[in-house]
Structures are given as structure tokens and as C-alpha cells.
Write a protein that binds this ligand. Structure first.
Ligand code: ZN
Ligand code: CU
Length: 533
């Protein structure tokens, strides 16, 4: 008896190789952590998987996530792998789990959790992550907020030249330890005080390391076009590869700006700049409810903000400014996500109007009450986007799929909050739309989740099915692929994902998690094996 040629043959599926073309019926053979062959394969394998009637694709790359801290707690990454996601780009929107130098406070939802160990540097984080043996690959952007806080705390002001120099050094260290690039969240305090000289100095460090600069821009609505111009100028000045995070035209008054936004980005590409973007297939965004506070009221950290909410004069001024800035109709589009105070729990996953009616308050006052009683731990879901614009954005050949969500689990420590359904549904939802002909063809939809992000983020030998590439593979049924998470009931897995391999290891079968074989990835193409399986 001769030994089988391959470890796995995935037989008889329709293969989408990730490059965006037509799907082709073929067998896919795996050996070790790589794809060994694709075609009509009469050879034998130790294991066979019958993929008849299914689509075989590269594992999906979720280019915009916040799972860096949660991978330490729930390394099985259930909400991700059950969507067919095999790689996450973490550390987005200016916040990363590392480095955690004194002065840096992680976002509140991370702080709440219990971790399996301590860490400070990126190297520490990677060691802890490796010990947890995650199910998915990940690569972490370094959050600007972490770097800035280590140098100047949360002071609401521009950085001085010597502070910028110190930040550049800390960032260089973090990148040398394996950071994928830099992320900013320029709508948030105190990062909103960063001026172009600070961002460009840091982006220059990233460019030198071959990394990426991902930005949640200063504005996604009223000053969207100015913010896009600012981001592009960073790429032009430094040569950094740019990722514009979760592209949108927020607020109905800004919906007509989409053509100008596309024109600006495509002009930059024509200039030779590496500019791309990502989007989730939902028209609601989700973040801390307190992002709607006036800028002055959002400075100084949690204690200072709460003190203002509890000071009658400050609160009156906050209320007056917010009322002047928003029509009553605005509140129809605001829902409550996670809450913290037990009295607020009934309104989780509900329009804020329900709480307002129950409390006999104007929705604006209900919002302030949530913030105060939840001590700023209230999640806000904002339905401010045009669906037509969403589909136009998703159809652009330079737009990838990014969930903008941390991993979650239906049980355990990550089951208690009320996330946006994108945490569980993003990939199933977009694939369903492609199968139904509501967006780009299926091959192109898969390219946006695979080879496009792999190329832009320089994930070597990922996002593609070809001999020699890493064997991150997903098998799904086009007839049943579907998101099931809703705004009311978000903790629900997608339907239709039948099987997932990560680095050649069979990791998910019919909803059952198997081995965990994810690795930490670095942009240079060095694929460190973080678990030695
Ligand atoms: Zn963001
Ligand atoms: Cu984000």
C-alpha cells in the first residue's frame, strides 16, 4: 500500500480561487499547512471532504476588526470562524491591545474583561496570544491612541515636536515587534487633536516598515471630503499604503457626497498612491453612545466627562448644544446597544425612543441618562447611512469587506454585551447578496474578502487558492449561506458555512469547532508559527 499523496482532498466543489474570476469545478488538495494541488485529482488523501454543491474559497480576511484583546479571552473566535473568517486585521480605529505603556487606558469594553496574563509590549501581547492558540490568524495594527497616550496622556492638544519624535520611536519599536501598521481614530478624544505633522511623522515610520496606515477619519459626514483629502495627503507625503476605514456618507445631508468621495480616492489611485477602503454591509454604525457629546464635553477621560454630565450647568449646556445640532428626527435613527446599569438592560437592542417613552423624556435626555447611569458604557447604534450608497461602496473594486467588530461568542464572557449584528453576520450577509445578484458577482465578492486584502495588507501567500499558498480554506453552500444575526438578537451564527481549514488544519465542521491553528502574521511575509502544531 502506498502512502496517501495528500493530507486532505476537498472534492467536487466549485472553486473560487480568490482572484475574482469565474468559479471552476475542481478538487483542492492540502498537504501540511499549504495547498498542494488544484484540479481533477485522482490521487488519494488521508482525509477527504465532499464539497459537491458547495463553493470552495480562500478563508476570508476580515480587514477591520477589534478582536486583539478578545482573542486572548476567547481564542476560538466563534463569531469569526463561523463566518468563514480565517484572518483578522485587528487594532483598528486608533485602539490596539498593545503596547500598553503607562498612560494608556484600553477602551472600556476591553478593560471590563479578565485576561489570562499580563502584557505591555507588542512582543508580550504576541507571546500571550500564542499561548492561547487562536483559531484564526491575526495581524495587529498599532493604535495611535496607545502610542500618543504613552507620551502625552489624554491631553487635548496638538503634540510638540519632541513628543512626536518620542511617538515615532515607540511606534517603530511596536512595528519591529510585529505590528502590521498604524491605525487612527481621529473622531475620538483626544486623537482628534492630532495635527497632520503628527500623523505624517508616524505614517513615515509605517511606510519605512512596509506597513499600512488605516484611518477612521476625522469626519465621515459633514467634513467627509476634507477628511478624505487629509488621509490621502498622508499617503502622498509619506508613501504609506492607506486604508480608509469603513467608508460611508454618514447623515442624510451628506449622502450626495459619495461621487466626490469616489472621485478623490480614484484620483489618488491614478496618481499612483496605494489607497483602498473597507465597508460592512449594514446601514447602521455602532460605537459608544457618548460620541454624540459636544467635543468640549468629551475631553479628559471618563471621570471628567461624568462629572460634566452630573453638573447641572454643564449638563444644560451639553443639552442645549446637542439640541441645536440635531433635529428631533435624528433620534428616530438611534438605537441602544450594550448597557451596563441593570435598569437600562430592558432597552438593549431597542430604539432609544422606547426608553424615552418609558421614562417620559425627550430622546436626547434619555441619551444623557443612559450615558450617566451606564457611566459611559452605553453602546449606540446609529442608522444614518444610505442603503443605495452602501451598495455602491461595496461594489467598488478597491473596497474590501471589514466587519468593524470584535469577535463574540454566544456563551461565556463575550456573550454578555449587545453587539451590532455585523459581528456575526458581515460575511454571510454579503455572500447572500452576491448569490442573489444584489451586488457584484460571487467571484468578485469573494475577491474582496481574500486576494484584495491579502495584496493590500501584504499577507504573503494568503487570500488565494493556488499550490504553495497557505491552506486557509472555507467551504460554504451558496443555497443556504446567510447571516442570522439581527439588531435585536445579534448573537447568532451565519448559516451555510460547512467547513473551514486554517493553515491546513481542519478547524470547523458543520458548526463544530475543531483544532485551533491560527498564527500571528506580519506584513513582511514572515509567517511566524505561533503555536507549533
Ligand atoms: Zn472606526
Ligand atoms: Cu473600527
Amino acid at each position: 500500500m502506498t502512502a496517501p499523496t495528500y493530507d486532505w482532498i476537498i472534492r467536487g466543489g466549485l472553486v473560487a480561487d480568490g482572484r475574482g474570476g469565474e468559479l471552476v469545478r475542481a478538487d483542492v488538495a492540502l498537504r501540511g499547512d499549504r495547498i498542494a494541488a488544484i484540479g481533477e485529482l485522482p490521487a488519494t488523501a488521508t482525509h477527504e471532504y465532499d464539497a459537491a454543491g458547495c463553493i470552495v474559497a480562500p478563508g476570508f480576511i476580515d480587514v477591520h476588526t477589534h478582536s486583539d484583546a478578545y482573542l486572548l479571552i476567547e481564542p476560538g473566535a466563534p463569531s469569526k470562524i463561523q463566518q468563514g473568517v480565517t484572518t483578522e486585521i485587528t487594532g483598528n480605529c486608533g485602539a490596539s491591545a498593545a503596547p500598553r505603556w503607562p498612560g494608556y487606558t484600553m477602551p472600556s469594553d476591553w478593560l471590563e474583561q479578565t485576561y489570562p496574563g499580563e502584557w505591555q509590549s507588542v512582543a508580550d501581547y504576541r507571546a500571550l496570544l500564542a499561548a492561547q492558540r487562536p483559531a484564526v490568524n491575526s495581524a495587529m495594527l498599532i493604535g495611535h491612541r496607545a502610542i500618543r497616550a504613552a507620551v502625552m496622556g489624554i491631553e487635548p492638544r496638538a503634540a510638540r515636536p519632541e513628543e512626536i519624535a518620542r511617538m515615532a520611536q515607540l511606534l517603530a519599536d511596536a512595528l519591529a515587534e510585529g505590528g502590521m501598521g498604524l491605525s487612527t481614530g481621529l473622531v475620538y478624544a483626544p486623537a482628534m487633536h492630532a495635527q497632520p505633522d503628527e500623523i505624517e511623522a508616524l505614517a513615515r515610520v509605517v511606510a519605512r516598515h512596509g506597513g499600512i496606515y488605516a484611518t477612521h477619519m476625522r469626519s465621515e459626514g459633514g467634513a467627509l471630503l476634507e477628511a478624505i483629502a487629509e488621509a490621502i495627503q498622508v499617503a502622498r507625503a509619506t508613501g504609506v499604503r492607506l486604508q480608509i476605514s469603513h467608508l460611508k456618507t454618514a447623515g442624510e445631508a451628506n449622502w450626495p457626497k459619495l461621487d466626490a468621495a469616489f472621485a478623490a480616492i480614484e484620483a489618488a489611485q491614478a496618481e499612483g498612491l496605494a489607497v483602498a477602503s473597507d465597508r460592512y454591509p449594514y446601514t447602521a454604525s455602532c460605537t459608544d453612545l457618548d460620541v454624540i457629546l459636544p467635543t468640549w464635553a468629551a475631553q479628559g477621560g471618563r471621570a471628567a466627562i461624568l462629572a460634566r454630565l452630573r453638573n447641572p450647568a454643564d449638563r444644560a449646556r451639553i443639552r442645549a448644544e446637542m439640541a441645536a445640532a440635531r433635529s428631533d428626527r435624528y433620534w428616530d435613527n438611534v438605537w441602544i446597544g450594550s448597557t451596563r446599569h441593570p435598569a437600562n438592560a430592558p432597552y438593549t437592542g431597542q430604539p432609544i425612543a422606547r426608553a424615552a417613552a418609558a421614562w417620559n423624556l425627550h430622546p436626547l435626555d434619555a441619551a444623557l441618562r443612559f450615558m450617566e447611569t451606564d457611566e459611559l458604557f452605553t453602546g449606540g447604534i446609529f442608522f444614518g447611512m444610505s442603503e443605495a450608497n452602501m451598495w455602491r461602496i461595496l461594489a467598488k473594486p478597491w473596497v474590501m469587506i471589514g466587519s468593524d467588530a470584535s469577535l463574540r461568542a454566544p456563551t461565556g464572557p463575550l456573550s454578555h454585551d449587545h453587539p451590532h449584528p455585523r459581528a456575526y453576520g458581515t460575511f454571510g450577509r454579503f455572500l447572500r447578496a452576491a448569490v442573489d445578484g444584489r451586488t457584484v458577482p460571487l467571484g468578485e465578492a469573494i475577491r474582496k474578502m481574500t486576494s484584495l486584502p491579502a495584496a493590500h495588507f501584504r499577507l504573503a501567500d494568503r487570500g488565494i487558492l493556488r499550490p504553495g499558498a497557505f491552506a486557509d480554506v472555507v467551504v460554504f453552500d451558496p443555497a443556504t449561506i446567510q447571516d442570522r444575526a439581527t439588531f435585536e438578537q445579534p448573537h447568532q451564527f451565519c448559516a451555510g458555512i460547512h467547513a473551514v481549514w486554517v493553515n491546513g488544519a481542519f478547524s470547523l465542521r458543520d458548526g463544530q469547532p475543531l483544532v485551533r491553528a491560527g498564527r500571528y502574521l506580519t506584513p513582511s511575509g514572515n509567517q511566524e508559527n505561533s503555536q507549533g502544531h
